[in-house]
Design a protein around this ligand. Sequence first.
Ligand code: ARG
Length: 720
Amino acid sequence: MRKNLVVLLLLLSVSIKWAKADEGMWLPYLLGQQTYNDMVKKGLKLTKEQLYSINKASMKDAIIIFGGGCTGEIVSNEGLIFTNHHCGYGAIASASSVEHNYLKNGFYAKNRQEEIPSAALSVQFLVRVEDVSKEVEDALKGLNGAERVQKEQAAYNEIITKTTANTDYEAKVVPMFKGNQYVMFVYERFKDIRLVGAPPENVGKFGGDTDNWEWPRHTGDFSIFRVYTGKDGKPATYAADNVPLKPKYFLPVSIKGVKENDYAMIFGYPGGTNRYETSYGIKLKTEVENPSLVNLRDVRLKAMMEQMLKDPAVKLQLASSYAGIANYWKFFDGESKQLKQHHVLEDKEQKEAAFAKWAQDKPEFASILPDYAAAYKAWSPYAKHRVYINEGILGSPVAGFASTLLAVERALVTPGAPKDAVKQAVDAADKARVAFLQGENKPSDQKILAATCRMFYTDVPKDQQPIGFYEALKSKFGSLEDDNTYRLWSAALMNNTMIFDDAKWKAFVANPDAVTLQEDPAFAYASTFIKNYAGKYQPLFSQFNLKNNDLGREYLKGVMQMQPNANRYPDANFTMRLSYGQVKSYAPRDAVNYDYVTTMKGVLEKYIPGDYEFDLPENYADLYKKKDFGQYKDAKRNDVVINFITTNDITGGNSGSPVINGNGELIGLAFDGNYEALSHKIQFDSQYNRTICVDIRYVLWCIEKLGGAKNIINELKLVK
Ligand code: ARG
């Protein structure tokens, strides 16, 4: 028995080490030999230089930042981009009207002329990367806190200016390992991006928020764009006679399909992780921050959905904003649950105990954990207040817009401010108001305003609330315990603010004065809460943040000294990363096994005609019945594979990333993570973590069979 236990423990420790190998968001330009060897062992057939090279065209040249927070890849020698449907969502919605509803019905350009310019979009190619640690650290020697942050910015700017002078490039310096290393990324940005194709929403977002962050999944989460350049091949703003980009590199597309344990590699831009988060941070997150955010988003989402269901024009108007709020509403709820489920807090506490022991006789590190504890203790009483400002008070779009008018007030009340400053601030507000009104849906906003104002009253400690606000509300509108009070108040605010009243607004713009602004009910509301927060609590938050910055850097420095031989990757920070793993099934809970693929059979099993989330295009079921799968059929299953899962380590920002096989061919697009591993920003779980990918064969089936756009297929380099 005892012997067996030893053997079992040995086996366990071996298997844990082995399984851990798929953790990691590696910097491709710094790919270590140990990491590369493991990639080869798992099935990679390419050289390091084929993945990333400074001199020659390599795979990294096909990977782009798409818009502000997604990844895309170039898939033809005419600048064709594949990304996710949820990444192109805003652009597709903007290109749509109730009459030409591309979001609802899908869209494919049959030729270049039909492609739709997407003015709000741009994409960035990575030109080069440089370690600038020495320069930055020389500038920051011995600095901590606010001083360090200021100097840091100045040091970055100096390096950036030097680098980009006389070029069209943009550069960014990014701290790695919480400021133990600094890396500069140089980008080329292209601004003429056109929509080429998208499936109907009931394919591209099949399963909606019910299926979001979940496996098994059946979503065709892809959309297609194209990069255009000036005739000289350089970035240019939109012009009808711009030409398709001639890329340095584009990905071939394999339609051979996936098997369990196949090698899978993902290049892309993971937005953020905090894998060295402390137990203190996890406690605050799960006890205060996440539940507050979830409750506040819940009321916002309900109010928006009510209006979206009533009117297709409102649906188009709010769809993108709704999707963004819903996505992280579910994420943060699931994150708290999975942090508990996987005992991440206890695990962190153990790690911290080991660190404390190691650090006890090292003056540089001995006080880090006690200092952390003190910093969290000082800030925690106000943490809820902060979330209730950002997600509550400012969660109402009109209050959010009103809060931007603080800049106008500042210009108006600053003694001796130049006339110009007022005019500039007012002009900016006037422009911003046009954009705000375009996105504004008053009926939902009015409800959000009422609900969030009440929640602030109920949930935020009374001694932190703005003095006099709720007393005044009570005396004018009734009991603070009655929803109707807040309803009357928000209706009055919406009716009386100049933000919705063209005549009043124009008069103000023509002749701005502080009193008119301060008496505006929307401005008064937003500014009361913001000033209360900014006066007393924001300084505490800044202090907390600065302390956290310094402690995080020191803590990680210590951890790296304590375990000098660990193969480490820096936390995600929206810089290009490479992750590798394998196609793999998993068991989410006792007695349940999940296959590593889903099929079209499963799409039809989920199909609910007329449903908001599980409807399908009219011809879909027919095509399925006829088994019209063409070259996209999976031979083993005699069906089309819809989605598959891999063990790759990715996170938000990776959306749209190419999933690439051992030969360097595109086999899918990464679009989500699974529910059982929603704790992944804090800790990678090697048993449960999966990346959810749309199989490229389904993407091509949707384009050709469902969408009839063979022209797009013809442009690809297919590997059969
Ligand atoms: N969870 C996905 C991500 O963050 C977004 C999926 C969008 N779909 C949706 N139903 N909201 O990348």
